[in-house]
Write a protein that binds this ligand. Structure first.
Ligand SMILES: NC(=O)c1ccc[n+]([C@@H]2O[C@H](COP(=O)([O-])OP(=O)(O)OC[C@H]3O[C@@H](n4cnc5c(N)ncnc54)[C@H](O)[C@@H]3O)[C@@H](O)[C@H]2O)c1
Length: 343
């Protein structure tokens, strides 16, 4: 089988990382086209990859005959148009989260894909490919914890970019726990409440940080998440599931615990999501490449979260942003999945 020829759109932090990953570690694929709003950035990167071209217009890059599949690592507001172009040209696409930036356009993308009768869109919720999350999911699915009842999560970042506002903590950070909840429990989140503790004095002026999110799921499970993105310390993502027969926790970095200087013991700090989830991105992209290669033989062109998962995440985050304003629990407003054939 010949290598899958991938166009990477947006070669900023995530896109450049995916290009490097495909070139160094992914089997059965190569980057044939790169595109960026800043054309020189794409041209410079293309020059370092044998057989790779820079194409200035993102829609031309998607349509190009030398492109079999697309990775979207452009900013969220551009995703809708670029996803619809991928559907129009029948190109499988791995779209970094978010699917789109609002609920209505996410639903539109879900419907347009469903009309095609084949799944072309995968969404980049990479935690599903992390070994620890996969192990936790297996424990739950094998009934080793009994029926899960409660989940406690912590999501801490040392810092965020200067433009980060309080709603972005919901839409860009908490969104990962939204997907984790849906992935681990296999059901929808039905309401969200955001509680606002005293703000960190070290956070930028006006940023509500930390935030405590409380989700309720369709069967009544409770999830609480502490999101704290200006700790100044480390990247910490912990998840504890409590079931009828026991509990399990991941994200303790126990693999890094060690004895060190005289009189001390401890571990190494995980500085950012790149170190914590680097391997998960590799697995995510390799499995996507394999699924796209197999798709022409009649399978789905996805192996992971699909457009519906992106829509559901958008709907939950919209409820979260509304609760950030009101402080009250807000019901998640979603259409039923069964109402869209093929979603
Ligand atoms: N899965 C994750 O953990 C994770 C982490 C970070 C970012 N992301 C997502 O990845 C995407 C990219 O984020 P990033 O942090 O790499 O951003 P970034 O700003 O570093 O890179 C975005 C790049 O896209 C380019 N660009 C802007 N508009 C464009 C357009 N219309 N067409 C082509 N290129 C365009 C910019 O010039 C820039 O080079 C976002 O959707 C973000 O939410 C996901």
């Amino acid at each position: 089988m010949s290598d899958l020829r991938i166009a990477v759109l947006g070669v900023g932090m995530m896109g450049a990382d995916h290009v490097a990953r495909i070139e160094a570690r992914i089997a059965g694929a190569r980057v044939s086209v790169v595109n960026d709003y800043v054309t020189e950035k794409a041209e410079q990167l293309a020059a370092t990859i044998p057989g790779c071209r820079a194409i200035a217009d993102p829609l031309d890059a998607i349509a190009d005959a030398g492109v079999d599949a697309v990775i979207l690592a452009t900013p969220g507001p551009t995703h809708e148009k670029q996803l619809l172009a991928c559907l129009e040209y029948g190109k499988p696409v791995m779209c970094e989260k978010p699917l789109t930036t609002d609920v209505a356009t996410s639903l539109e993308v879900v419907k347009r894909e469903a009309e095609l009768g084949k799944r072309l869109i995968q969404v980049g919720f990479m935690r599903r490919f992390d070994q620890e999350y996969a192990a936790l999911k297996a424990l739950i699915d094998n009934d080793e914890l009994g029926r899960p009842l409660v989940m406690h999560c912590a999501h801490r970042n040392p810092e965020v970019p200067p433009n980060f506002d309080s709603s972005m903590i919901v839409k860009d950070s908490l969104v990962h726990e939204v997907d984790v909840t849906r992935f681990l429990f296999g059901e929808e989140i039905t309401s969200v409440q955001i509680i606002k503790p005293a703000a960190n004095p070290n956070a930028p002026e006006g940023l509500q940080d930390p935030q405590i999110a409380i989700f309720q799921t369709a069967s009544g499970k409770h999830v609480d998440v502490e999101v704290f993105v200006t700790t100044g310390v480390a990247y910490e993502v912990r998840t504890e599931v409590v079931g009828e027969k026991g509990s399990a926790m991941i994200g303790l970095d126990v693999g890094l615990l060690r004895k060190s200087a005289p009189g001390h013991w401890g571990g190494q700090i995980t500085p950012s999501f790149k170190e914590r989830f680097g391997l998960a991105y590799d697995v995510e992209i390799q499995r996507w490449v394999n699924a796209v290669q197999a798709g022409d033989a009649g399978g789905d062109y996805t192996d992971g979260p699909v457009a519906w998962d992106g829509y559901a995440a958008a709907a939950v985050c919209a409820a979260g942003v509304a609760s950030l304003e009101s402080g009250q629990p807000v019901a998640v407003d979603m259409v039923s999945r069964a109402s869209i054939k093929g979603a």
